[in-house]
Design a protein around this ligand. Structure first.
Ligand SMILES: [Zn+2]
Length: 303
């Protein structure tokens, strides 16, 4: 259902994209780490400098322990406060618990807005899709997506589809949602690549679409199209998107071959499903990340 926003005067605007972000999410960094604060900062500047896509900006609210603990063990949540690196890719930062919880809160807010029929994108870090039920890894501290999906399931959604187009397999989301009634998980990713999972389907609800490193762009597109066809057959009442932009041809972390227009196409194709939908930023490490996000959002908005 489309909503209309009265903007004063005689003009009615058909819909605006809502971006949930918070300048505080740029407050932690480690020299040389690909998850740089500039990923968010530069995207905010780019989105604010354009006028083609009207945007409503919101800051995240809060996430409760109860919501987080549907997806994670109490030990895993407590581990966020232990000042030791989680692994070589996943450093401990002062107040990483606060940053991770804000990112979860943004995902939960995105879900709420999607339920109201809004187009919404969470532009936050840290990402979440590698965090498993019991372990932080791969730049991820809490699984924003899985927490939001379990919140949706607890609030009446019966057929929740997650599509993860980050170039890396969403092993954490798969781990948490595996064989969970009412959810299906579709991940299109490079394989072999980090984290070396996702070669095959798992359980009855986790579907993996591995793409070989440096596979031709049209082959990558075909895998995405296949995943989206399968997702459509599930007849979801909610679509949750782990939006990673590191399958882009110029991304330094992987060997994907996608172009900006492919992210636009992804947005358009998801829009055409005509079901409530929200998107959460996962990876994407090239300097062109702001353009890729803008292309995706234009697709989602039908522009
Ligand atoms: Zn990634």
């Amino acid at each position: 259902m489309r909503k209309f926003i009265f903007t004063g005067g005689n003009s009615w605007l058909d819909f605006r994209v809502t971006i949930i972000t918070d300048e505080h999410c740029t407050g932690y960094s480690r020299a040389g780490h690909p998850d740089r604060p500039q990923r968010i900062a530069a995207t905010v500047v780019r989105l604010k400098s354009q006028t083609e896509l009207p945007i409503t900006w919101l800051a995240p609210t809060i996430a409760t322990d109860e919501q987080i603990l549907r997806a994670h063990t109490p030990e895993m949540l407590a581990r966020l406060n232990v000042p030791e690196d989680f692994d070589a890719d996943t450093p401990y930062f002062e107040n990483i618990s606060g940053y991770a919880r804000a990112s979860v809160a943004a995902a939960l807010d995105a879900l709420k807005l999607a339920r109201d029929g809004k187009t919404v994108f969470s532009l936050m870090r840290p990402p979440g899709h590698h965090a498993t039920r019991g372990k932080q890894m791969g730049f991820c501290y809490l699984n924003n997506m899985a927490i939001a999906v379990l919140e949706a399931a607890a609030n009446g959604f019966k057929r929740i589809a997650v599509i993860d187009f980050d170039v890396h397999h969403g092993n954490g989301t798969e781990d948490i949602l595996l064989n969970r009634p009412g959810t299906e998980f579709f991940s299109v990713h490079e394989h072999p690549s980090y984290p070396d999972t996702g070669a095959e389907n798992r359980g009855w609800n986790c579907f993996n679409y591995p793409v070989a490193p440096d596979a031709p762009r049209l082959m990558y597109r075909a895998k995405l199209a296949q995943a989206l066809d399968d997702l459509r057959s599930f007849r979801p009442d909610l679509v949750a998107v782990s939006a990673g932009f590191d399958a882009y041809v110029r991304d330094p972390l992987a060997d994907g071959t996608l172009l900006p227009e492919d992210f636009h196409w992804l947005g358009q194709t998801l829009r055409a499903l005509s079901v409530p939908m929200f998107s959460l930023l996962e990876g994407g490490y090239s300097r062109d990340l702001p353009e890729l996000i803008l292309a995706y959002l234009k697709g989602v908005e039908g522009k």
